[in-house]
Unconditional design. Structure first.
Length: 203
């Protein structure tokens, strides 16, 4: 009898632990959110998660504020700034507490349903790669880039940190920030306007 009781209690503890682990990855939508087919505003919306909707959080893209969720029967991507998680009785915003919350890192692979801009033969090439200081853009800059996508520029070569952007490419200014912004082959990048080298590539 004692053995059965101990096994039952052990099962309850395991079940409770599993429930807690799942709860840690459950987030609430702070506002009405567009759920998108990919991690960016350039991807089509697959639906709307209304304010207060409970979402199952799969994880977020490294170096980005986009997270993959299951919500109201939809699976897609939402902005981490508008998700909050219960942490010890306090509601915390996901994009400010990803490390503390242990949010997994996920990746996004382009599907045929979402067309990406690709360079064509004859497009101007990115220049040689040089050394640059590593930067980590603040949230205000990331938000600005996400909400002001702009037109994409098609260039040959790899879009990587340190690559030089041709002189005829125009950069967008970012308020109160030393670097500029441009979208190359549909990938947002930050550029040092003095050297014209890419200092950060959004994934």
């Amino acid at each position: 009898m004692t053995l059965k009781r101990d096994l039952f209690l052990a099962g309850v503890i395991v079940a409770a632990s599993a429930g807690l682990a799942r709860a840690e990855m459950t987030a609430t939508a702070i506002n009405d959110l567009n759920v998108r087919a990919g991690p960016g505003t350039q991807y089509p919306s697959v639906g709307v998660a209304t304010r207060g909707s409970q979402t199952l959080l799969d994880g977020c893209v490294s170096g980005s504020n986009w997270c993959r969720v299951d919500v109201n029967g939809m699976r897609g991507w939402v902005y981490a700034q508008y998700l909050q998680v219960d942490q010890g009785g306090a509601q915390v915003v996901v994009d400010q507490n990803r490390d503390d919350l242990g949010v997994p890192v996920v990746t996004y692979e382009t599907t045929a349903s979402v067309a990406q801009a690709e360079p064509t033969p004859g497009d101007e090439l990115l220049g040689p790669v040089g050394s640059v200081d590593t930067i980590s853009p603040p949230e205000t800059v990331t938000t600005y880039v996400e909400t002001n996508p702009g037109d994409t520029v098609s260039l040959g070569g790899d879009v990587v940190v340190g690559a030089t952007v041709p002189g005829d490419v125009t950069f967008q200014e970012i308020p109160d920030y030393q670097y500029r912004y441009v979208r190359i082959n549909d990938r947002p990048v930050l550029v040092d306007p003095g050297t014209r080298r890419i200092v950060y590539v959004y994934q």
